[in-house]
Write a protein that binds this ligand. Sequence first.
Ligand code: NAP
Length: 283
Amino acid sequence: MPGIILDGKSLAKQIETDLTQRVARLKEASGGFQPTLATILVGDDPASAHYVKQKGVACRRVGMDSRQVFLPQETSTEELLEAIDSLAGDVGVNGILLQHPVPPQIDERACFDRIPVEKDVDGVSSQGFGLMAMNSPAYGSATPAGIMRLLQHYEFPVSGLHAVVVGRSPILGKPMAAMLLNANATVTVCHSRTRNLPSIVGLADIVVGAVGKPEFIKADWIKDGAIVVDAGYNPGPIGDIELEPLKDRCRAYTPVPGGVGPMTIATLLSQTVEAAEKSLSAT
Ligand code: NAP
């Protein structure tokens, strides 16, 4: 039987419809206040510029405002911290997104950690990660939080399943593992030093590909009936998992494109609207 398509594109559309109503209600209740996401792009990487543009367009689709800050390639850590501080102190900004990766001379972790937790709508700060890992309220890292929402939407009982996450980056693999653990999965995290990767992936009831290498995870490593989540987005676009041979023998899979990507943006918007709702209710 063909695997169920985990259709992130259509769920993201439903989420945006709901957000459009919430934004309209907020505007009405506050005399015109528009929830605002500030994005910071450092340097001229075309892929990053494209992602930032996409996020701005998505904000406008639901009636939010987006403020885009562009900084030159040679920006120092101090200069970027100043830009973050300025947005952190701006009451008109509800969420701050620092586009990853920043140029190599910048201490990215220090900059992520300067984003106040209440505006960390992309879930990249150490404080936000720690709270999320402890199952305390915090905005989750947008991509893994979007994946969890997609799994919940299709009502997969993650509890008790063995999830294998391939990749351990701070924005994707690590928070993904923590979220699956919080949902009572048994979690194995693999990375570039993992030995016998194919046999570990072969144990998975849920496989999450978060490596950044096109079709690196081979279909024949994955057992029949597994839930296949491909977070990879490589030029093509091609995911990190060899998907085609799996489509007829897995339980469910995220397509690339149209699976995880739209859920990342929908989650970012949701978390920004939530931050705006919280800031208005506090005034
Ligand atoms: P990253 O920071 O480069 O991390 C890649 C991870 O893969 C690392 O943990 C690395 O291990 C691991 N890895 C590399 N080679 C490996 C190997 N041979 N065997 C096992 N593990 C290996 O990448 P990322 O930012 O997490 O992104 C991963 C993918 O997700 C990319 O394709 C990216 O485009 C995509 N992505 C998509 C979205 C979206 O919205 N759809 C958002 C974010 C990212 P080490 O830690 O040992 O180096």
